[in-house]
Design a protein around this ligand. Sequence first.
Ligand code: GSH
Length: 205
Amino acid sequence: MYKAVGSPGSRLTRVVWMLEELGQPYEIVKAKPHSEQMRRYNPSGKAPALVDGELVLTDSAAICVYLGEKHSDMGMASNSLAERALIDSWVHFAQSELEAPLWNKLKHRMLIPEELRVEVGPWTAWEFARDVKALERRLGANSFALGERFSAVDVILGHIGQWARGARFAIVSDTVNAYFDRVLGRPAAARAKMREAEAASAPAA
Ligand SMILES: N[C@@H](CCC(=O)N[C@@H](CS)C(=O)NCC(=O)O)C(=O)O
């Protein structure tokens, strides 16, 4: 059985959602970022991590892509080297462009030492708006990132959409809003939310 390690409601959501999409059994191991327990799984102390037997894998996008490739019978794996390269391209765009302003704002609002925090609201809003337009162009008329097939890329992008909405970043694009509604409305996303909520309220192991 897989172990999905991290804090419920964090990027752990991506891993749990992906496992739900794939119908795989897993347990959630609660560990806070930078705790001693989290460092056992990730030297940087960041969450999430996935334990698959001997393999301990960190970084949410790598984990989701790995799971999709491993369970290729579930239709979420790449079908060719070119498609695998497209998946990589998409997840790099997702994390280094679309997610970056959200992450920077959160860090400056509550994560980095107070004396280092500066006002990043206006530039992160501007940059996110520009990246939403890029996402709109990248999606074109497709239902999902890779076309008509749902993949790990959509889990990563969908989670970023959820994060942006929760943090009240404006999403000025009907295409992108419809895309986020489509992916966030999947039954597996709802099941993941329930599993994380259960884990959050369970006593620490
Ligand atoms: N690239 C990593 C980033 C992991 C990450 O930053 N996780 C957050 C929780 S969502 C964390 O551990 N933050 C603590 C910190 O940045 O110090 C991933 O996608 O998994």
